[in-house]
Design a protein. Structure first.
Length: 153
């Protein structure tokens, strides 16, 4: 698998070092083949080795995109749609368990994900009671306003 890596471990360490000495908290590099996010905790003045996290996402590992459009999702009362455009996340932070999984019971106030827009994390609520039947949007996927995120039953 390391033969497929477009970056070496030294490359990632150098990126983390640059990030540690910059005014930025996070760096997100995405190509057609992979996505690399390197970040440090907010308020961290630690060196590159302390407190840095990295997350790799391979293009082949993402679930297949839903064929539903925003218009179809709006007409379907079982679909939880994105309230605004942005990046959809299943969990509150990388490595954390997802807010909900297939088979989980939800109430109208249950947070089922987060949509990040302009560096603001916006919770997405189920909007009605039910059971999660399917997760339609991939973690880290760019979504439009009204795009289907989950299907309830």
């Amino acid at each position: 698998m390391t033969a497929d890596l477009p970056l070496t471990a030294e490359d990632v360490a150098e990126i983390a070092e640059i990030l540690a000495h910059s005014g930025y908290r996070e760096m997100d590099l995405a190509t057609r083949r992979f996505r690399l996010r390197v970040s440090r905790p907010q308020g961290s003045d630690a060196g590159a080795e302390e407190g840095m996290t990295q997350e790799w996402q391979w293009a082949g590992n993402a679930p297949a995109a839903s064929n539903e459009t925003a218009a179809e999702a709006a007409a379907d009362p079982d679909v939880v749609a994105s309230p605004l455009p942005g990046t959809f996340y299943h969990a509150p932070q990388p490595g954390a368990p997802p807010f909900v999984a297939v088979g989980d019971a939800v109430t109208p106030d249950t947070v089922v994900g987060i949509v990040e827009t302009m560096k603001l994390m916006n919770p997405v609520h189920a909007g009605r009671a039910g059971t999660v039947a399917a997760v339609l949007a991939a973690n880290g996927a760019l979504v439009a306003k009204g795009a289907p995120l989950l299907r309830l039953c």
